[in-house]
Write a protein that binds this ligand. Structure first.
Ligand code: 5GP
Ligand code: ZN
Length: 113
């Protein structure tokens, strides 16, 4: 298995898991860009957003649902937060297993940072 996040799903690389169920795993980003910076990933390997298929739609929705629930649990849902999914090189993707960044606890600017 070559994929870093598949290894994390398999428990081969230790991470600080904050939520998991039969479909998704959420854990602390190793290089946090905000007071809270979590990654929410499907257990299923999907390389990029471009590889999502019709049958994955509920799974992708669960990533967003989990992000919102975690934001609520951490107490910053109402003040606001940022979710990001990067796609391919120019989008800033570095790990080719789709993941949603959930960042909270500070103010974000738009379109950068
Ligand atoms: P991307 O740049 O692909 O959108 O995001 C990949 C994220 O994975 C980065 O924020 C990076 O810090 C995080 N990351 C990379 N390797 C590891 C690791 O081994 N453990 C954890 N917890 N996060 C990682
Ligand atoms: Zn993978």
């Amino acid at each position: 298995m070559e994929c870093l996040f598949c290894k994390i799903v398999a428990g081969e690389i230790p991470v600080e898991i904050v939520y998991e169920d039969d479909q998704v795993v959420a854990f602390e980003d190793i290089n946090p860009q905000a007071p809270t910076h979590l990654l929410i990933i499907p257990r299923k390997h999907i390389a990029t957003l471009n590889d999502i298929e019709e049958g994955d739609l509920a799974l992708v929705g669960r990533l967003q649902f989990t992000a919102a629930r975690l934001a609520q649990a951490r107490g910053f849902a109402e003040e606001g937060y940022r979710v990001v999914m990067n796609c391919n090189d120019q989008g800033g993707q570095t790990v080719y297993h789709i993941h949603m960044h959930l960042m909270g606890g500070r103010r974000f600017t738009w379109p950068a940072g």
